[in-house]
Design a protein around this ligand. Structure first.
Ligand SMILES: Cc1cc2nc3c(=O)[nH]c(=O)nc-3n(C[C@H](O)[C@H](O)[C@H](O)COP(=O)(O)O)c2cc1C
Length: 358
């Protein structure tokens, strides 16, 4: 399919498949979209040191994430409301991720229940938690994730209030018609607040999230806990003190604090502070195999993509998701070869072209 040479080709096609207000919701960022643009600009600013005459004829792209071997350093970031892009939503994404052997992080605001997604999935699943101001709901979500073999809990910490996304406000976007099946799942053990809610927006979203909630979560589950949305050395150090297994350096794809730095720019200080003690993941703006190489060289264990797999999902369901992943894998492989690297373990800051070398 020559029209799908890179993930941007999927973006162009996806735009014709997704309803315009949903498109704005998916592609947009907060306020002036400074951070949204920075995410791409940061990757474009970082250049690479090509090294040749190294025998790269056999290359091993695999790595491990929380002890699980994966084919190359990529995971699917949690994104909500996927039935906006495909009628099967998150189940279809899980099929595509599984076919490519890549872990999928399932959002709390999933339009398919975490049970349905677990049934559809053939690969590893991690569960992304948004906390509510009702411990019984949080506990119920964690128990369900455990029962359905999700392997980690990823607590997203950067949505204590919704980012100011002006495209959505101008469009008067409302999710009145969207069924967030995961939150309204009427399981036998569903707490009263869930049974009584008619729309997921009736639920008590937690604005007073604090490190105490991370402590609480650790007492609830033996699953590894990651915090997603960290952008500073200070918060990374506190995450380490609280026994987190990992952090996701992320600005939520430019959708929360406009003016926050690109995740790639935030990464080095975090790696220097806690990199040897905790797994560090990165998302926001990854669109190329060379982006994966740059982030891993700067100390990320793996990266996550958000919008690119949504584009694949909208264009061709599970096959589209799988194809987006395969494109990135092939580009990553080429980038490894052209920087003289045979395995992911060999990627370090020596791959990065320093400004003084310009
Ligand atoms: C449409 C959309 C929905 C999202 N929903 C969630 C969510 O439910 N939970 C979450 O932790 N992050 C959510 N995110 C943020 C992603 O997990 C990720 O941080 C971001 O998409 C990465 O940037 P990228 O899209 O440039 O790859 C969402 C992002 C998008 C684009």
């Amino acid at each position: 399919m020559s029209e799908h040479i890179n993930v941007f080709d999927f973006e162009t096609l996806a735009r014709t498949r997704i309803e315009p207000h949903a498109w704005d919701y998916i592609s947009g960022g907060a306020e002036d979209e400074i951070t949204l643009r920075e995410n791409r600009a940061a990757f474009e600013r970082v250049l690479l040191r090509p090294r040749y005459l190294v025998d790269i004829s056999t290359r091993d792209l695999s790595t491990t994430v929380l002890g699980t071997k994966i084919p190359f350093p990529l995971l699917l970031a949690p994104t909500g409301y996927q039935t906006l892009s495909h009628p099967e939503g998150e189940c279809e994404t899980a099929r595509g991720a599984g076919a490519a052997g890549i872990p999928m992080l399932l959002s709390t605001v999933s339009t398919r229940s975490l049970e349905d997604v677990a049934r559809a999935a053939t690969g590893p699943l991690w569960y992304q938690l948004y906390m509510m101001n009702d411990a019984s709901i949080n506990e119920w979500l964690v128990r369900r994730a455990e029962r359905n073999n999700y392997r980690a809990i990823v607590l997203t910490v950067d949505v204590i209030v919704a980012g100011n996304r002006e495209r959505d406000r101008r469009n008067e976007l409302s999710f009145a018609q969207v069924h967030v099946d995961n939150l309204l799942a009427r399981t036998d053990d569903a707490p009263a607040a869930i049974i009584n809610a008619t729309h997921y927006n009736d639920l008590p979203w937690k604005e007073n999230l604090s490190w105490r909630d991370v402590e609480w979560l650790r007492q609830q589950t033996a699953l590894p806990i990651l915090v997603k949305g960290i952008l500073t050395r200070e918060d990374a150090e506190i995450a380490l003190e609280h026994g987190c297994a990992g952090i996701v350096v992320s600005n939520h794809g430019g959708r929360q604090l406009d003016g926050a730095p690109a995740s790639l720019d935030a990464l080095p200080e975090i790696v220097d502070a806690v990199g040897s003690q905790i797994e560090i993941y990165l998302d926001s703006g990854v669109r190329r195999g060379t982006d994966i190489l740059k982030a891993v060289a700067l100390g990320a264990r793996a990266v996550c993509i958000g919008r690119p797999y949504i584009w694949g999902l909208a264009v061709d369901g599970a096959r589209g998701v799988q194809r987006v992943i395969e494109i990135l894998k092939s580009e990553f492989d080429t980038a490894m070869a052209l920087t003289g690297k045979r395995s992911v373990r060999e990627l370090d800051r020596s791959v990065i072209w320093k400004p003084s070398q310009r």
